[in-house]
Structures are given as C-alpha cells and as structure tokens.
Write a protein that binds this ligand. Structure first.
Ligand SMILES: [Mn+2]
Length: 388
C-alpha cells in the first residue's frame, strides 16, 4: 500500500491529486496541518510494514521522525519526502529526502510540481497536458508567480478549493484530469468564482479600514483581525500601505497569527519562528501564544485604525511643488515640500534636519514615524507652513 501525508493547502492537496492519478485506490491520502504531521508520521511508523511505501510532501518532519524514517529505510522500507521550503533543506543529507526551492532556470518550485515530475520520472504516472497545466497553476499560485503574470486562473483554482471541501475538490480534480484534454473550469464554477472575487474585494476594503499600525522590534507593522482570505489581505494591505514592513493577521478563532510581506528586505519566517511558528520568507504563521497575544492584540488594542490617504483631493496632491500635507490621530500636521532638488519635512512647527532624495522616501519616513495619511483639501488650503 502507498501512503501520502501532505499539507492541507492547495499545493499539498495538489500532491494528493497527482498521487491519486498515479496510484488510484492503491494510495491512502491524508492532509495535515504543519502541527499535525509529525503525529501522523509517528503513528505510521509504529505499525509500518516493509512493503508500505511512504510519501511526505510539502511538509517536513522533526528530528525524531527524521531518525525513525532513516531507520525504516535502512531496514528496507520505502520512504520519500519532497518539499520546497528552505527550512527543510537540511533533510537533503538523507537519500530519502529531496528538498528543492528553485529550478535551474530560477523558477520557484512547489511540492506539487516536484512530486508530479518525480512520479513521471519514476514511471508511476503518464504525463498529460491537463495534469501539467493543473500542476503549473498550483505552482504559480503557491509561489505567487501568478501575480507577476496576472494569471487569475491560478488564483481561481485556490478560491475553488476553499469554496468546496477538500474531499470534493480532490474528487472533482482527479476526475477532470483523467478525462479532459486541457484543464478548464466549468460554467458554474466560473460564475461562482466571479462572485467570490467580488466578495473578496469587499472584504479587503473593509479590513483596510481596520488596520492598526504599530512598531514591533524596530519594524513597522500593520495588524488586522481576520479569519479568512489571508493571502489577499496580506498582499493588498501590503501594497496599499507600502511603508509597513509586514502585515500581521490575527485569527482569534483559530488562535493563529499569519505574517505577510511584499518586501524583500523582511523575512517573516524569522518573525514567525520567534513565536514558535515558521513558513516562507514572504508568508508565514505562528500559534497565538500568550506572548504573541500580548504583542499583536493586548498592546495595541486601544489604538485607532490608520486612515487611508484622502482619495478625492484636487489640491493636496502627492509630490506637488506646493507641498503635500499629512495628518494623524494626534491632530499633528506633517508637510512634505520640495527643497533644493530634494524633499524636506515640517512636523508641526519644526523643520526636520533630515532631507530626502525622493518624495517617496520622505513619505515613507513620515508614515512610519507619525502614522499619518494624506489630509483632505480643506486642511491643506487652511494650512500655513512656517517659512521654509
Ligand atoms: Mn507548498
């Protein structure tokens, strides 16, 4: 009997789907949370027979299971772990593990793409255009490449998973990939997914108005409470408030915190690791421990949400030669103005000594330091700056 223990997200489930294409009813497929995997692997090894074949995909094992799998393999058992998380690279020292973050042409790998290629190379699975397209959609979604290519189909595939149950999604996809020449959504799914896009847009708009800005360990952080749509929120809020180093998404019901960043200079897997979690450089998570709770909830609960830049101004505009006026909850006024080919800042009545080579850098500075937003036209026309 074959057994696959995989992650319970699109990439992990993609592995289960290609496994079913290859092995049909000969494989037991189980999806796990990051926290649940080691228990599952431990229980498998307790009773494993040498003719059992174990696959672990999109997740990695702890030291105890690492040693136990090595032992199982040395006794003649078959096991293979395939992952693409850099936190699992140390497992490559075992012949039974292959962890690969990137392809030779620099495309990022995902577990489904690695596992699909493995199954094809080993002769377990006949390659097909539909399966290859499905795998590529999973890869683009999991690595965020879909955004760069604006490949909405990849995002819709993930949305469809969460509109259905895992079992339903898996069954539908396996049937479709077996039968179809290419990978398509049906008309009903198209309509559903279109409605879902609109719903997500409204949800993100609402959450934008609930974002709290704070400073944690010298990083400027946006905190929001949300149960769902973490990727969309992390991405949209990160882009809207570019001055924030990362977005923390608190899920009270699930007792978890998700971390997302759009910046290359920040590694959110480190931040999650600090609170006993882990993940990718740009997307990670941790349990809502007492410590995380005090940092991301208690300490900032009294703060008001940050406001968006005034959207309909005709006078108070960014990067204007007449200057741009910002305000914050403390009713402070902050003014950015051109100054000898550079940009200067007046905070309340004080001219800052620091000068900035670009408007963007000046704006980033004041948004981080004063938690401010572009004031409306009325404030601007009544504003009299101290003499520059
Ligand atoms: Mn993955």
């Amino acid at each position: 009997m074959y057994h696959i223990y995989s992650h319970n997200d699109l990439d992990g489930i993609g592995c289960g789907i290609v496994a079913k294409l290859a092995f049909g009813n000969e494989i037991e497929v189980r999806y796990n949370s990051i926290a649940g995997l080691n228990d599952r692997v431990g229980r498998f090894l307790d009773t494993a027979q040498l003719e059992d074949q174990l696959f672990i995909t999109d997740l990695s094992v702890n030291e105890e299971n690492e040693a136990r799998i090595s032992d199982f393999v040395h006794r003649g058992g078959k096991a293979r772990l395939l992952d693409h998380h850099k936190t699992a690279l140390h497992l490559n020292k075992h012949e039974w593990a292959s962890v690969q973050v990137k392809y030779e042409d620099d495309r990022l790998a995902c577990a489904t793409s690695l596992f699909y290629e493995f199954l094809v190379n080993q002769g377990f699975l006949e390659p097909s255009p539909a399966a290859a397209e499905f795998v590529e959609l999973v890869r683009q979604y999991d690595t965020w490449e879909w955004e760069k290519h604006q490949n909405l189909k990849a995002k819709m595939l993930n949305d469809l998973l969460y509109l259905l149950s895992i079992e339903e999604f898996e069954e539908k996809m396996v049937e479709r990939l077996k039968a179809a020449e290419s990978f398509q959504f049906d008309d009903f799914e198209e309509k559903l997914l279109e409605m879902e896009q609109e719903k997500i847009k409204r949800y993100v708009r609402k959450k934008k108005r609930e974002l709290i800005q704070t400073t944690i360990n010298d990083l400027c952080v946006g905190v929001v409470h949300a149960e769902s749509y973490h990727s969309e929120l992390g991405n949209e809020l990160g882009k809207e408030y570019e001055h924030l180093d990362y977005i923390a998404i608190v899920n009270m019901g699930g007792r978890k915190v998700g971390f997302r960043t759009i910046h290359d200079s920040v590694d959110v897997s480190e931040i999650a690791g600090f609170f006993g979690g882990g993940g990718h450089v740009k997307a990670s998570g941790c349990p809502l421990t007492e410590e995380a709770f005090s940092v991301y909830v208690t300490n900032i609960f009294h703060l008001p949400a940050v406001k968006e830049d005034a959207p309909k101004n005709t006078r108070n505009l960014k990067q204007s030669e007449h200057g741009s006026l910002y305000q914050n909850h403390e009713k402070e006024l902050i003014f950015i103005h051109p100054l000898n080919e550079k940009w200067g800042i007046i905070h309340q009545k004080n001219k800052l000594e620091k000068e900035f080579p670009s408007f963007e850098e000046a704006e980033r500075f004041i948004k981080r330091h004063y938690t401010c937003w572009l004031a409306d036209d009325e404030k601007f026309v009544n504003y009299i700056p101290v003499s520059k």
